[in-house]
Design a protein around this ligand. Sequence first.
Ligand SMILES: [Fe+2]
Length: 218
Amino acid sequence: MNDIIGTALGPLATNCYIVPGDADNAIVIDPASSGEVEALLSSNDLKAGAIIITHGHFDHFAGVARLRELYGAPVYAPELDREMLASESKSWAWFMHGIDFTPIVPDVFFENGESFSVCGVEFSVMGAPGHTAGSCLLFCKRFGAVFTGDVLFKNGCGRTDGFSGSDRCMAQFPVIITFIPVTVNKLLSAPKKRVLASMIINQKNCQQKFPFVNEVIV
Ligand SMILES: [Fe+2]
């Protein structure tokens, strides 16, 4: 496997991405469940070398405990969403009806402006609070991709009525939208530039807003 795989998982069809890393390692981003991820990894002769959670809603980390147990993979998550990962109510676990909540204590926290490397792949963090305090965009230069979590949604931006959500912060969304092309062009040099959102977004609008985007994976 030499490119990113996207798959929709769980009751909310939350997009999970599997990013190839060094050797047989893969980086799993936002696993809403574990079984499908295990199957995808296995069919590609990969193992989870790391897990990244884009923000603290349970539909983005419901599969993390099992994958961590199976592969011993370290878990990366935004510092500002730390308490959400430990809380059934704050993480909106009730959206994942029928799936038992398991709290997560990440191995590594990341913050706005940081870069970190996992399995030989570098990610740069741009904080984009509003949906949650720790919501961010994760830029991955190697694959020309920006993982947007729930910052982007089909009709605009992610909802702001959950724990640590903020209308005031999300009011900066137009600024974020304006900033994305600048940041993408600065951080992504690959000829193929992609927006990879966690939920379904409007591909046409997205490509109109971001004319540099070659592909939107939803
Ligand atoms: Fe969310």
